[in-house]
Design a protein around this ligand. Structure first.
Ligand code: PLP
Length: 499
């Protein structure tokens, strides 16, 4: 197996090169040349393994130029109770009628991004070593709030790496901002941008693919890579938890091996749900992939009409990690659905950047609808869902997970589908305490952040994650806000490449 660019199928590299580079030089995303299979026998065999061992099996199928020892080194360091507050790593809850919540937020930064970003530094440094690359890697990150912190935690003080994170100044929760502004480590930089997440992502992508910048970096003995979900090293780890959750459900007797489940994913950049699509196509019995959006419902419309149109108002919501109008990983799905038609992908994504819009072919529309269901809800519905779910089941979910729960409930109401369903829970409610409290109590709170956290602990009964509790006494290290036009200069200055 090799990895090709979604914009040039002839470009072929190994998985370690794809991970080291992050994004292809032509602006395309790296994608495996085939989807490896996992048989029912193999799935059954996973039942007796822990999470890291299950990850070894899945990685072995995707990272074909890594040795088993290299893979085991990465997984055993990342998926360990010293990094996650639960031994299961990804914690499967009991049933809420036919729904099971997969809590992906027991890592150090309390969002699902840790599932991939705890292991990415190991995968990346191993990839560099394998390829004899001695340049220092500069990780540039655009974040809508959670990726940045998870990447900072993953890469802090990792030798031979440097990490720079850009986030939208007005686009993250106060806990998210505090997490990033107080980040420790000698190789980290955090900077806010006057703009939204798409501005951050476009800026980073532009710097990445600029040849002149690349050359300047190379002359200084450095190279860029990405910790965003455009990096395959982010995607592969996400496939693992869908495989593992299925096995766990069967092991517990929630389902029998072979039974089909549906999966609901609160979606922004389309990385998480794409991982579920890969799990399905590997052979995990998954039926519908339900793509849940907030009011920035560009994906709901796309699944419905086949027209991707980012020319619309952008809303800052109470589920900020999904406030995105350009979902990067959709490019990988479309490459798969067109059987690798790189010319077609270049045309559509060219249109996206010039006109902000493209329409896919009839055959792609049909394939999309076979696998995916789209739905969305607004902030009022999100909060009502948090409230009602807590009242009915005494389970407190965060704002992003609540979007998924609501879209799932709407889907059930419309279809009567009784299939057992896995709902991806992407963040701890403590990361969005203000919104969650407001939802549960039907009243806005003026208390300070930590009073809110304490109050939420009382009414939810959930322990406060240690990492969030510790933030209260940490000093702010980063408070700069820059304009989007200044990103490139800012990066080059920080790297001491220009004065
Ligand atoms: C990143 C994020 C999402 C969106 O995930 P994608 O892979 O970008 O679709 C949803 N919820 C939370 C809490 C997140 O941090």
């Amino acid at each position: 197996m090799y990895y090709q660019s979604t914009r040039n199928s002839d470009l072929q590299v190994t998985s370690s090169v794809a991970i080291a580079q992050g994004i292809s030089a032509d602006g395309g995303l790296f994608i495996p040349s085939e989807i490896p299979k996992i048989s029912m026998e193999e799935l059954k065999a996973l039942a007796d393994m822990n999470y890291a061992e299950r990850a070894n099996v899945v990685f072995g199928k995707f990272l074909t130029d890594f040795t088993p020892e290299e893979i085991a080194y990465c997984t055993s360091h990342a998926y360990h109770v010293k990094n996650f507050e639960t031994e299961q790593i990804a914690e499967l809850t009991g049933a809420f009628d036919n729904a099971y919540i997969l809590e992906l937020w027991h890592g150090p930064t309390c969002a699902f991004k840790d599932m991939a970003l705890q292991i990415l530094p190991y995968l990346l440094t191993t990839s560099l070593k394998k390829n004899g690359e001695d340049k220092k890697v500069v990780i540039l990150v655009a974040t809508s709030g959670d990726t940045g912190k998870a990447a900072l935690e993953g890469f802090k003080d990792v030798p031979n790496t440097e990490i720079m994170v850009f986030y939208p100044d007005q686009g993250v929760s106060s806990m998210q901002k505090r997490q990033m502004a107080t980040q420790e480590g000698s190789n980290v930089t955090v900077c806010a941008l006057e703009g939204n997440f798409d501005d951050c992502q476009n800026g980073v992508k532009k710097i990445f693919t600029d040849h002149a910048v690349k050359e300047k970096l190379a002359n200084a003995g450095k190279m860029f890579s990405s910790a965003n979900s455009i990096n395959w090293g982010r995607l592969a780890p996400q496939v693992v938890y869908y495989v593992s959750a299925y096995v766990e459900m069967a092991k517990r007797g929630d389902i029998n091996f072979g039974d089909v489940i549906n999966v609901v994913v609160p979606t922004g950049n389309f990385g998480n749900i794409l991982a579920a699509y890969y799990a399905k196509n590997m052979g995990v019995p998954i039926g519908k992939l339900i793509c849940a959006s907030n009011i920035n419902k560009v994906l709901t419309d796309f699944i419905e009409t086949g027209i991707y149109d980012r020319n619309r108002d952008f809303y800052a919501t109470c589920s900020p990690s999904m406030d995105i109008l350009i979902s990067s990983n959709l490019e990988r799905l479309l490459y798969l659905l067109t059987d690798g038609d790189d010319k077609q992908i270049r045309e559509w994504f060219g249109k996206l950047s010039t006109e902000g819009k493209y329409e896919v072919s009839e055959s792609v529309k049909e394939k999309l609808k076979n696998d995916f269901v789209g739905g969305f809800c607004d902030d009022a519905e999100t909060k009502k869902t948090i409230h009602d779910f807590k009242e009915k089941y005494n389970y407190t979910c965060d704002t992003h997970t609540a979007v998924a729960v609501k879209v799932y409930q709407d889907y059930i109401a419309q279809t009567g589908d009784k299939t057992k369903t896995l709902i991806a829970s992407t963040a701890s409610p403590y990361k969005f305490s203000a919104s969650v409290l407001e939802a549960i109590e039907n009243a806005e709170s003026n208390a300070d952040e930590y009073a809110q956290v304490a109050h939420l602990a009382e009414i939810s009964g959930l322990p406060v994650p240690q990492s969030l509790a510790d933030l209260q006494n940490k000093a702010v290290r980063f408070s700069e806000v820059i304009q989007k036009e200044d990103m490139e200069n800012y990066v080059l200055k920080k790297l001491n490449i220009i004065a």
